[in-house]
Design a protein around this ligand. Structure first.
Ligand code: ADP
Ligand code: MG
Length: 322
């Protein structure tokens, strides 16, 4: 039976385990009220997932709920912020209980892991679209900007790249790839690198999260910093799955360099911080790998050993180009 907007909010979104002391007023009024300590700054981001564009239409409700929050958390990670609250604008074609229950489960699983409280939102009928706005704290003037990379800085990435793109190839039934649960999991359940973002806050000169592919997102750092870079494609960290399933052909590099949906961090740091980064990586159990170096000469030069290679890939997903 279809449910009213107010039933949906009451049944699926107001009952949460996380109740934060800094929420003075949450769901139920015209707006939420939050307390922010004087030495902190607010850090806010929003990301929308549209069915069929940001996830395949047959993605499970639970994965959609999880991913919608994860991609927002990834933006907080890229700033070095500590996430605290989020709002949810949900546009639904129908109101099926199974779908809503699954969506809420995926969403709150991740919310609880990071002690995040849902503080409001909007529920409308329309094509399936999930917008989440996330907000958190940053100690005053400590944010990790995009513009800050300096010549000679090492370029690092967290985790491994290309897995989510491989997951998407599996779903699209590209014949040469076997369907693999690790790759699918990386596509549907990204791991936001919140702890890494906070740990590198005092040492990184620039940072971004990789949502549109390494080349595109590193490109944003370089443009903002008015720098160039050399990148060693053989140094890019790959999962065991990626190594097992892919040969080093053009499509392999397209996934690793321009696949998107990685939600890993790419950051620049002075080379004398290498051992500090090793400690951070070990502490958090997340690989941090040096893949290149910032240079003052503009442009991105991709190397295969000593050989410079041509970059043939689309520079990341762009809306409004077709
Ligand atoms: P208004 O008409 O004043 O915008 P709404 O009827 O849209 O209020 O929402 C009622 C309350 O429920 C508000 O506090 C709003 O923030 C909250 N709310 C609406 N939709 C959601 C949702 N999907 N998730 C969480 N809170 C929601
Ligand atoms: Mg409203």
């Amino acid at each position: 039976m279809p449910q009213s907007e107010f039933n949906i909010i009451e049944q699926y979104f107001t009952r949460q385990r996380v109740q934060r002391d800094d929420v003075k007023l949450g769901i139920g009024d015209d707006a939420a009220i939050l307390s922010v300590p004087p030495h902190m700054q607010l850090c806010i981001a929003i990301d929308t997932l549209v069915s069929g564009i940001h996830f395949p239409t047959n993605t499970s409700a639970e994965d959609i709920g999880y991913k919608a929050l994860a991609v927002n958390l990834s933006d907080m990670a890229a700033m070095g912020a500590e996430p605290a609250w989020f709002t949810l604008a949900l546009s639904l074609p129908t109101t099926r209980h199974e779908w809503l229950a699954g969506f809420a489960k995926g969403l709150f699983t991740l919310a609880e892991e990071y002690h995040l409280q849902l503080i409001g939102g909007d529920t409308t009928q329309g094509p399936l679209t999930v917008s989440i706005q996330i907000a958190g704290y940053l100690p005053r003037d400590t944010a990790l900007p995009r513009a800050g990379a300096r010549p000679g800085d090492s370029i690092y990435v967290s985790g491994t790249l290309g897995d989510a793109a491989l997951g998407l190839r599996c779903l699209q039934q590209v014949d040469k790839y076997t369907c693999d649960t690790h790759a699918l999991n990386r596509l549907n359940r990204p791991s936001p690198r919140i702890k890494i973002g906070q740990a590198i806050r005092d040492i990184a000169s620039a940072c971004i999260d990789i949502s549109d592919g390494l080349l595109a997102d590193l490109g944003h750092i370089l443009t903002a910093s008015q720098m160039g870079a050399r990148l060693h494609r053989n140094h890019i960290p790959l999962s065991e799955t990626m190594k097992a399933l892919c040969t080093e052909d053009e499509d392999h590099y397209a996934m690793v360099l321009a696949g998107g949906d990685d939600y890993e961090l790419c950051f620049c740091v002075s080379p004398d911080k290498a051992s500090e980064l090793d400690t951070i990586a070990a502490e958090h159990g997340v690989g941090l790998t040096r893949i290149g170096q910032v240079e003052s000469q503009p442009g991105l030069r991709l190397y295969d050993g000593e050989k410079i290679c041509k970059v043939n890939y689309q520079p990341g997903f762009e809306h409004f180009t077709g």
